[in-house]
Design a binder for this molecule. Structure first.
Ligand code: HEC
Ligand code: HEC
Length: 246
């Protein structure tokens, strides 16, 4: 079992609230539509708020631990937003970034708004300059210190793409597909547009029961089962390095 990290959790909530406040000041108004209203905010209106953390081109950014969104399938975005909103994801004490997204999901309580933003994200063109997503741009340093073993993957040697391919073919291909494009029928997302640092952390999370462990999570536990087959941090680094070549 993982020791709970209340200090980190509090810091996550604090950082989340500060960032959320800043994101709100970016121009988007909190949507006031009731949860079951058929009307919601449009994706275009809402996205600038998301862009505060996920990048103006939806390219993601490690400074705020926010994954790439551009081109993500609408059904997967919808499911994750429902999971954050319904406290199925992003509630674990060791999940500092997830707690932040969980707080933000408070502004997308309305189902119609979730659908609109999901469709908007699916239509966004992936492929922003990779150095942007890697944070190799001035001014994208982490704004707060996040002391956790999940802040960065510790692997002893350089990732081995060939070993990663072996792992992918034996343990991942059945659901995420030969080209890493995912499979809607199995509920498994596309991986090819995602950043390496985010995927590494999610694999650790699934393995350690931080994501995909809630009893009402239908899809997470299926993934968690396979994350537990990854022998160590090196295996995580290897398989992610292979995914980045797809
Ligand atoms: C305060 C910063 C912040 C804001 C603002 C924000 N997010 Fe996030 N979001 C995050 C972080 C951090 C994560 C990663 C959580 C994790 O590691 O589990 C995340 C995760 C997600 C995911 C899950 C992606 C995946 O691959 O599973 C989706 C979908 C998402 N955000 C959509 C949105 C949308 C839509 C908005 C705007 C309404 C938004 N986010 C606003 C920080 C933010
Ligand atoms: C049984 C089918 C299945 C297998 C096999 C599988 N996955 Fe998954 N994977 C999923 C599902 C379903 C999800 C989405 C879970 C959710 O909705 O939270 C997922 C999510 C992920 C994510 C998070 C993506 C994101 O945007 O947050 C990563 C990374 C990932 N899988 C990598 C892998 C790797 C690497 C392997 C092989 C070791 C693997 N998966 C094996 C079904 C599978």
């Amino acid at each position: 079992m993982i020791k709970t990290n209340i200090f980190g959790y509090r810091r996550g909530i604090f950082a989340g609230l500060v960032l959320f406040g800043l994101a709100m000041m970016q121009g988007a108004t909190a949507q006031m539509y009731p949860m079951d209203s058929r009307q919601g905010m449009s994706g275009e209106e809402l996205f600038p708020t998301c862009a505060f953390c996920h990048g103006t081109q939806g390219q993601g950014g490690p400074a705020l631990d926010a994954p790439a969104l551009a081109g993500m399938e609408a059904w997967y975005v919808e499911r994750q937003l429902h999971n954050f909103r319904n406290r199925i994801r992003g509630t674990h004490y060791d999940d500092v970034p997830g707690v932040q997204m969980s707080i933000v999901s408070g502004m997308v309580r309305n189902d119609a708004t979730i659908k609109n933003i999901a469709e908007y994200i699916e239509d966004m063109e992936p492929g922003a300059p990779p150095e942007l997503a890697r944070g190799e741009v001035a001014g994208t340093d982490r704004p707060f210190i996040w002391r956790s073993k999940y802040a960065a993957l510790q692997h002893p040697s350089e990732p081995d793409v060939a070993k990663g391919e072996e792992i992918y073919v034996s343990a991942c291909i059945a659901c995420h597909g030969i080209n890493g494009n995912g499979n809607v029928l199995l509920g498994s997302p596309k991986l090819v547009n995602q950043t390496d640092w985010y995927m590494e952390r999610q694999l650790q999370y699934f393995r350690d029961g931080i994501r995909g462990a809630d009893p009402s999570d239908v899809y997470g536990p299926q993934m968690a089962l396979f994350a537990k087959t990854l022998a160590d941090e090196q295996a995580i680094a290897d398989v992610v390095a292979y995914i980045m070549t797809l």
